[in-house]
Ligand binder design. Structure first.
Ligand SMILES: Nc1ncnc2c1ncn2[C@@H]1O[C@H](COP(=O)(O)OP(=O)(O)OP(=O)(O)O)[C@@H](O)[C@H]1O
Ligand SMILES: [Mg+2]
Length: 252
């Protein structure tokens, strides 16, 4: 057997595999058999038009919406149906669309809510909190402020920080940039890049297709509950069909 001399690096191990997953709400089916793989250490982007089912997919992976068919594999193991606390305990954290902070509670209390399932010593939690304050100094300045009175960008930092306080292996962010200024989006992208460089695996749902594809290693395009395209983000960015459908006037 000959050994190829210029073999590409082996693909990174799979952290999450979604296979033929169907789910929905009540009588309504939203996901019609979704396949998606998230590899360890990657940033994976999920894009697609409004109502495509991106948030439903994030909620299904988080255990908030039940899987009706198909399966979820976590590090190669079929994990069956888990509830949100179990998924969080395994290391899957969701930063939900709309952030869902506790508006009357302080920033720091919101951050600490992320750690409610951890049985870590106080010193470890304090260490992680300090890391988040280093990543987002604005949160440190505003640690005692009611989360609901912060700007949209600060709230997004707080929601990401809360997700990080669960010490996740996979951080999923539903709508990273929605409603935020370009400068803030740039800061958030930079923060995610730092976290990823430190080894965190990230899935990001993002309306801004250019931001999504520039930030990520791999991307999936969703339409009406199905994955219609996927591949390395750099390739999708140059894919005429993706440019035509999602970049509108930018297409050429
Ligand atoms: N709680 C719910 N009950 C019933 N139907 C729902 C619920 N949440 C979402 N849906 C429906 O599921 C479909 C997919 O919605 P979902 O929020 O997953 O899409 P999305 O891709 O995240 O859209 P957006 O880009 O607008 O956030 C839509 O038709 C929506 O109306
Ligand atoms: Mg959504």
């Amino acid at each position: 057997m000959s050994v190829p001399t210029n073999a590409a690096a082996p693909p990174r191990p799979e952290l999450l595999r979604i296979e033929a997953v169907q789910s929905g709400y009540g009588e309504v089916t939203v996901l019609w058999g979704v396949d998606l793989v998230v590899r360890e250490g990657d940033i994976t982007a999920l894009i697609g038009s409004n109502g495509a089912g991106k948030s439903t997919l994030m909620r299904t992976v988080s255990g908030l919406v039940r899987t009706r068919a198909g399966r979820l594999l976590w590090r190669g193991q079929d994990i069956g149906q888990r509830d949100p606390a179990q998924m969080l305990g395994m290391g899957v954290a969701l930063v939900p669309e709309g952030r869902r902070l506790f508006g009357a509670m302080s920033v720091e209390d919101n951050l600490m809510m992320g750690a409610y399932l951890r049985r870590a010593p106080r010193a470890d939690l304090q260490h992680d909190l300090d890391q988040i304050y280093t990543l987002f100094p604005r949160l440190k300045e505003r640690r005692a402020q009611a989360a609901g009175t912060m700007s949209g960008g600060e709230q997004q930092m707080c929601a990401i920080g809360r997700g990080l306080m669960s010490a996740p292996r996979l951080l999923m962010i539903d709508e990273l940039s929605l409603g935020l200024s370009p400068l803030l989006v740039e800061q958030l992208v930079e923060a995610l890049t730092v976290l990823n460089r430190e080894g965190l695996t990230i899935v990001v749902v993002e309306q801004d297709v250019v931001t999504a594809l520039e930030l990520s290693d791999n991307a999936y395009v969703m339409d009406t509950g199905r994955i219609v395209r996927n591949g390395p983000s750099a390739e999708l960015l140059n894919d005429p069909a993706v440019r035509q459908a999602y970049l509108g006037a930018l297409a050429h």
